[in-house]
Design a protein around this ligand. Structure first.
Ligand code: DSN
Length: 423
């Protein structure tokens, strides 16, 4: 289905960029987007993020700015912070971090000194670069020690985490990550952090929307600091937030500004506020539970087709597949699936013998397809397309990929995506 042309002013001023935006809208409409960290924002979030609020500088915080003319901006930021506090049940929220990595860096600045030991899940095990991984500034400027998952279960080994924490005495312990298909036991991490004298940082970027919607346990009151992006399951604009008890408010605020950042991106703050408002509605609870139900149904359908899923399945929005038994490298499969209109990302699996740029796995998730209204009844078909796509990747069957692409586009046409142009 061809989307109508949109963005008249942009088209008049810069037809090249307008054409690319239009092509991206068409791509997002036609394809089955399975990247677990992506979503479709609502039209309301999209509108808030494209406003004249972006014309302002607002260094400081509401009521304490270094610029005049902040009458409206202060109220926008206060609405965003109040909504974040209410939604997540926290005493303090800072909505200014530009994205997840700067938010996490602000946590280091607030609680650690360069050279201090910090602890997080290793990136190839499902952690995040900013949890002390070597190639990141957090692994270069701090001494990162890393935990993983058990090779036999794919689950976190809390005995290992405790042993490492008591031996290394890190200043910070990060839990959460980017490729974790299972529920995070925040209470278990908190107990270890207490025993070892560390500040516990729950990075809930992937699952913030599930937590807000009651489909995953909350890190409150277990974590000292909660870091999240706002654009994944939470379905807001590209941005981030830090949350904590009041006792850490000053340290966190000082670290974000003036420690790391200049003026907040006010248009993003407004869109974050809108997303938090949407996430507080009863319909968002339905959405969060539907994301998990879809992921569970998709995992079941993939297992039935002989796929090897890390940890044997999922409790959340995310599935990590090890394609070694299918005899296809993750990157080859991901690129073939892309040609079939199914957008995924290649990913390392725990104990992967292959390199991160050419790993064994593929990571998928259900936030986007659930935002379009697909339900558990569609997951067998999705698993079938993935299966045929992976087989076609192995055999080099481009015709099969083209056929899948047409079938995918047909189904997607029946489920218009939020935020995309309509007639
Ligand atoms: N890039 C994000 C993801 O895809 O999970 C993490 O920062």
């Amino acid at each position: 289905m061809t989307l109508p042309l949109s963005h008249p002013a942009l088209s008049a001023t810069d037809p090249e960029i307008a054409a690319l935006v239009g092509a991206e809208e068409q791509l997002q409409a036609d394809t089955l987007r399975l990247i677990p960290s992506e979503n479709y924002v609502s039209q309301a979030v999209l509108e808030a993020s494209g406003t004249v609020l972006q014309n302002k500088y607002s260094e400081g915080y509401a009521g304490r700015r270094y610029y005049e003319g902040q009458q409206n901006i202060d109220q926008v930021e206060l609405l965003a912070t109040t909504r974040a506090k209410t939604l997540f049940g926290v005493e303090h929220a800072n909505v200014q971090p530009y994205s997840g990595s700067p938010a996490n860096l602000a946590v280091y600045l607030a609680f650690a000194e360069p050279g201090d030991t910090v602890m997080g899940m290793a990136l190839p095990m499902g952690g995040h670069l900013t949890h002390g991984w070597g190639v990141s500034a957090t692994g270069k400027w701090f001494r990162g020690v890393q935990y993983g998952v058990r090779p036999d279960t794919g689950l976190i080994d809390f005995d290992e985490v405790r042993e490492l924490a008591l031996k290394e005495r890190p200043k910070l312990i990060f839990c959460g990550g980017t490729a974790l298909p299972r529920t995070i036991d925040f209470a278990a991490f908190a107990e270890i952090a207490r025993e070892s004298g560390a500040v516990l940082v729950a990075d809930i970027a992937h699952i913030a929307g599930l937590i807000a919607g009651g489909a995953h346990p909350s890190p409150v009151p277990h974590a000292d600091v909660i870091s999240t992006t706002t654009h994944k399951t939470l379905r807001g604009p590209r941005g981030a937030m830090l949350m904590s008890r009041e006792e850490h408010a000053r340290a966190i605020d000082k670290a974000v500004f003036p420690g790391l950042q200049g003026g907040p991106h006010n248009q993003t703050t407004a869109a974050v506020a809108v997303a938090l408002h949407e996430a507080a509605q009863p319909s968002f609870r339905d959405y969060a539970h539907a994301v998990v139900a879809n992921a569970e149904a998709l995992a079941e359908a993939l297992l039935a087709r002989g796929f090897d899923l890390v940890s044997g399945g999922t409790d959340n929005h995310l599935i990590l597949m090890d394609l070694t038994p299918k005899d296809v490298p993750g990157k080859v499969a991901a690129k073939a699936l892309d040609r079939a209109g199914i957008v995924v990302n290649y990913n390392t699996v725990p104990y992967d013998p292959r390199k991160p740029f050419d790993p064994s796995g593929v990571r998928i998730g259900t936030p986007s397809l659930t935002s379009r209204g697909l339900g558990t009844e569609h997951m067998p078909a999705v698993a079938g397309w993935i299966d045929r796509g992976v087989t076609a990747a192995r055999t080099g069957d481009e015709e099969a990929l083209t056929a899948i692409r047409a079938e995918v586009a047909d189904l997607m046409a029946a489920f218009p995506a939020p935020g995309l142009p309509t007639d």
